[in-house]
Design a protein around this ligand. Structure first.
Ligand code: BG6
Length: 465
């Protein structure tokens, strides 16, 4: 098998997977955890969740973490990204620390290290403590301060062993979904609040980076962004312009300040012209300018196909970024029908080359890439294993382009799949499964390695495929 390796990755390449606290821990009300927006939304509007399955009981990593880490080791992880649940560590978001949570995260970190799996620790993955959301969430300056205190607490508690930190996962996602598109609580539709929340999450990230660097800890801190390369329908200048605007709104809005400490003028021009500038305090822009990331995590799932706007918008409707472009339904595109996302492997290469050329070739890694599929039970073979060949092909197809990016000089250090064990999803609960390992939610969350898990094991063993 060794000799058949066509794509051999550099020595020390980071192989692993990513996850998040609310999506996999379970014990949502256990051991002193406070409530977050998901616990609250599920309690008040369970109809919003697929099959009415909520975040209270997700994949039970809280109890099964040792078994999961043993499986990670078996499948060849050398790194694993997870997040701290802010409301578990500090119920209410500010104030007293929950000692049981400290104990839990210490046990997880130590168990990973014992198994030679490097913990990549993320501070925020969509799960605002409820009390802080009631103060306005990311809209509120007080929440920015609370977040920075929470970040400092985490650095002090775990920074002796954790050497890779991330301030946010996909910070644009909660902002757009809480304040524009209605997918996350409190499901508002208010562009002004959206801009304010976006600005505050960027500021919070820069302030946390500042704190981390000032502590002189011997690790790195970055952020994780979902990048969706924008492709215009055609070379017509109107399509190209629309695509540049979509890119500024959905990618460069967070990528530029995170890596360069600046904001794209295409976005600032629109926000100014439309009258949505956020409230900023003196010195905020300097903090953002001076505290950029050491390392960039990139989540890639799908591209964005854009065309010039076809119809005039309704001037009385709430402001939406889509006033500046339309989505283009490209004929012939390949789509994952369960999630509705286009599959376009070359997008991963294009965005990596863009990071090389436009962002100083900053050290980066693929922090999420994956394919969610419904009803995987239909693929179970006689040995009880899900034969998810489509997932193996999906990973191989993307990895070929990551390999090419490395050949072309991109400073990309690793590849993490989404996800290790099937987990609960914000909108789809357990409908679409992404794991290398399946979970039976009706049998105490029993784990079974899928075919893709065994494939991943060979991939990591051979450092390529
Ligand atoms: C990423 C998120 O955007 O996509 C994860 O970081 C999420 O939290 C994953 O679960 C897959 O998306 P979904 O909506 O199918 O769960």
């Amino acid at each position: 098998m060794e000799n058949n390796i066509k794509f051999r990755f550099p020595e020390g390449f980071w192989w692993g997977s990513a996850s998040s606290a609310t999506q996999m821990e379970g014990a949502a009300n256990g051991d002193g955890k406070g409530r977050n927006i998901w616990d609250h939304w599920y309690e008040t509007e369970p109809n919003r969740f697929f099959d009415r399955i909520g975040p209270n009981d997700t994949s039970n990593f809280y109890e099964l973490y040792k078994e999961d880490i043993r499986l990670m080791k078996k499948l060849g992880h050398n790194s694993f990204r997870f997040s701290i649940s802010w409301s578990r560590l500090i119920p209410g978001g500010q104030g007293e620390i929950n000692v049981k949570a400290v104990d839990f995260y210490n046990r997880v970190i130590n168990e990973l290290l014992l198994n030679e799996i490097e913990p990549f620790l993320n501070l925020y993955h969509f799960d605002m403590p409820l009390e802080l959301q009631e103060k306005g969430g990311w809209e509120s300056r007080e929440v920015v301060e609370a977040y920075v205190n929470y970040a400092k607490t985490c650095f002090d508690l775990f920074g002796d062993r954790v050497k890779k930190w991330f301030t946010h996962n996909e910070p644009i996602v909660p902002v757009e979904n809480q304040y524009l598109y209605g997918h996350h609580y409190p499901a508002l539709c208010d562009f002004q609040k959206c801009v304010q929340a976006g600005f505050h999450s960027i500021l919070a990230s820069a302030m946390a980076i500042k704190e981390y660097h000032e502590k002189n800890m011997d690790g790195k801190i970055g952020t994780i962004l979902n990048l969706t390369p924008s492709y215009p329908r055609s070379t017509h200048p109107a399509d190209v312009k629309a695509s540049i605007i979509a890119d500024a709104i959905f990618n460069r809005s967070f990528l530029d300040p995170s890596v360069k400490g600046t904001f794209p003028h295409e976005l600032v021009d629109i926000i100014k012209e439309e009258g949505f500038m956020p409230i900023m305090a003196d010195g905020d822009l300097e903090v953002i300018k001076e505290n950029t990331v050491d390392l960039l995590g990139i989540n890639y799932y799908q591209p964005r196909r854009i065309k010039a706007k076809e119809n005039l918008f309704n001037p009385h409707a709430p402001f939406m970024p889509e006033r500046y472009f339309d989505y283009h339904d490209m004929p012939g595109k390949r789509v994952n029908p369960y999630r509705g996302w286009e599959i376009y492997e070359k997008g991963i290469y294009d965005l990596l080359i863009n990071v090389k050329e436009e962002y100083g070739n900053i050290e980066c890694f693929i922090a999420e890439n994956g394919m969610g599929v419904e009803n995987e039970k239909r693929f179970i073979n006689e040995e009880g294993i899900i034969e998810d060949d489509y997932r193996i092909h999906f990973y191989q197809d993307h990895l070929k382009w990551v390999y090419k990016a490395i050949e072309d000089g991109v400073n990309v250090k690793g590849y993490h799949v989404w996800t290790f064990v099937d987990n609960w999803s914000w909108l789809n609960a357990y409908k679409n499964r992404y794991g290398l390992v399946s979970v039976d939610i009706h049998q105490q969350f029993k784990r079974t390695i899928k075919k893709s898990g065994y494939w991943f094991k060979d991939l990591t063993k051979n450092n390529g495929f």
